[in-house]
Structures are given as structure tokens and as C-alpha cells.
Design a protein around this ligand. Structure first.
Ligand SMILES: [Zn+2]
Ligand SMILES: [Zn+2]
Length: 94
């Protein structure tokens, strides 16, 4: 690559604001936009998993623990029962 060509590439990649194809930060390879995208993906994933937990858990039957700390309602492991944890995780959300 000639020096002239290299210089052109550097200038094009330097985040000149308003250039066609640049992001709203004026960059062609923007870390902020990449992180925004990643956060949006993770939020969507989180919502999907919350929806799944919501469908899987028992929203009505309260957990009743025996004196060993085992949930008798759901015949599951020790306190706190996964259903109780699911209710807590979903608390305050639609
Ligand atoms: Zn950006
Ligand atoms: Zn339970």
C-alpha cells in the first residue's frame, strides 16, 4: 500500500463527523455503538429468560418448608425453593 493510500485510510477511519456511513458519534468503528448493541442484546436475552422463568415457576402456591428447610409444596431442594427465588426475581415486573 502506498503512503498516500495509507493516509487516506487513516483519515477515513478517524471518526470524521458527518461522513456518509458514520455512526451518530461520527465514527466508522464505534465502541460506544458496539456496546449499545451488546447491551440491547443482553436486555432482550434477559427479557426472554424472565419470560421463561415466569412460565416455569409456580406463581400461586406458596412454599411451605418442613423443619429440614425443604419445600413441601414443590418437593424441591432446600430453602429457598427455586419457585420462591423465581418469584423474588420477577417481583415488580410485568
Ligand atoms: Zn457511535
Ligand atoms: Zn417451593
Amino acid at each position: 500500500m502506498s503512503d498516500e493510500k495509507k493516509l487516506t485510510v487513516v483519515i477515513e477511519g478517524s471518526g470524521y463527523s458527518g461522513a456518509p456511513g458514520a455512526c451518530r458519534h461520527g465514527s466508522f468503528n464505534c465502541e460506544v455503538c458496539e456496546l449499545d448493541e451488546r447491551i440491547a442484546e443482553l436486555e432482550a436475552e434477559c427479557e426472554r429468560l424472565r419470560g421463561l422463568v415466569d412460565e416455569l415457576h409456580d406463581p400461586d402456591e406458596a412454599c411451605r418448608y418442613d423443619h429440614h428447610g425443604y419445600c413441601q409444596t414443590h418437593s424441591l431442594g432446600e430453602r429457598p425453593c427455586p419457585h420462591e427465588r423465581a418469584r423474588a426475581a420477577l417481583k415488580g415486573r410485568g
